[in-house]
Design a protein around this ligand. Structure first.
Ligand code: NI
Length: 261
């Protein structure tokens, strides 16, 4: 059994075949998926999907692209939504300097507000970091120091990890796990593969980020949760372990991360 720790099942890409997509995931041995929010509407949809399907859990949060939408009213609604059953994390939150769709100061403000919300509710966080490693590290280090030993472990996950070994190890010190997705399977992904081989399995989870980042040989197509298997297979090959062992460890990690019994 595997867990897809990051899948945007609520996105319109799945409107025509959401049920069938979930059925294919079940058929591929996916035990559960976590649907993160990217704005308020998608956070609401994630909570509603989690209510409809036993194997879907939700996270709620405002993606850095939508940072300007996090006003006081939105934060209040997010706080209420986060307390719904089956909301297992705050996310995805963070910084995106690749597309820079929101002013960086607004991204940082929204990121900090939501980190504080997670600390207040003692929920793990799902971190989006694109081309913003230094600032994400600075903010997470401050947050982690302020939180001290009060918060639960794990503190969260560095989703779609694209940093180096130094950032991964800093993340482990702050109580974070690292999530690996489809890019691990790309034929030109030697750097990420080298890193994934070195990182201890006790800190790793797998994800798809569907509908994005479809693994090889489906690169460029719409991604779906069943394909997290291809990520796990690549990870198994890199570690020289049977797929069953990778599945066992990453599923244990995912349950720990999202505090799912
Ligand atoms: Ni995502």
């Amino acid at each position: 059994m595997l867990v897809d720790t990051h899948c945007h099942l609520d996105f319109p890409h799945f409107d025509a075949d959401r049920e069938v997509t979930l059925e294919r995931a079940r058929g591929a041995g996916i035990e559960f998926i976590v649907n993160p929010g990217s704005d308020m509407e998608s956070s609401r949809r994630a909570v509603s999907l989690a209510g409809n399907y036993p194997d879907v859990y939700a996270a709620v949060g405002i993606h850095p692209h939508n940072a300007l939408s996090l006003d006081a009213a939105a934060l209040t609604e997010l706080r209420a939504l986060a307390q719904s059953p089956k909301v297992v994390a705050i996310g995805e939150i963070g910084l995106d300097y690749y597309r820079d769709l929101s002013p960086r100061a607004a991204q940082e403000e929204a990121f900090r507000l939501q980190l504080d919300l997670a600390a207040e509710l003692d929920k793990p966080v799902i971190i989006h970091d694109r081309d913003a490693h230094a600032d994400v590290a600075r903010i997470l280090e401050e947050w982690s120091n302020a939180r001290g030993s009060k918060g639960g472990w794990p503190a969260g996950v560095l989703h779609a990890f694209s940093g180096d070994r130094e950032l991964a190890e800093a993340g482990f010190r702050w109580g974070f796990m690292v999530a690996i997705g489809g890019p691990l399977t790309f034929q030109n992904a030697r750097r990420l593969q080298g890193l994934a081989r070195e990182l201890p399995l006790i800190h790793l989870v797998v994800e798809t980020d569907a509908p994005y980042l479809s693994p090889h040989p489906y690169r460029g197509q719409r991604n779906e949760p069943a394909r997290v298997t291809l990520v796990a297979e690549t990870l198994a090959a890199l570690h020289g372990l049977p797929l069953a062992e990778i599945a066992r460890q990453t599923t244990t990690n995912a349950r720990r991360l999202f505090r799912i019994k």
